[in-house]
Design a protein. Structure first.
Length: 41
């Protein structure tokens, strides 16, 4: 998995919670789905 905003990569086993934490901490102005569009179900 890769954050589309900063291009930081994550293990494929990373939980959605960790992705949300990254998005909130690093990109507070961006939506979590802007960082990780593959989280949309």
């Amino acid at each position: 998995m890769q954050c589309k905003v900063c291009m930081q990569t994550f293990m494929c086993t990373t939980s959605e919670v960790k992705c949300r934490e990254h998005a909130e901490a690093k990109h507070p102005k961006s939506d979590v789905y802007a960082c990780f569009p593959n989280l949309k179900k």
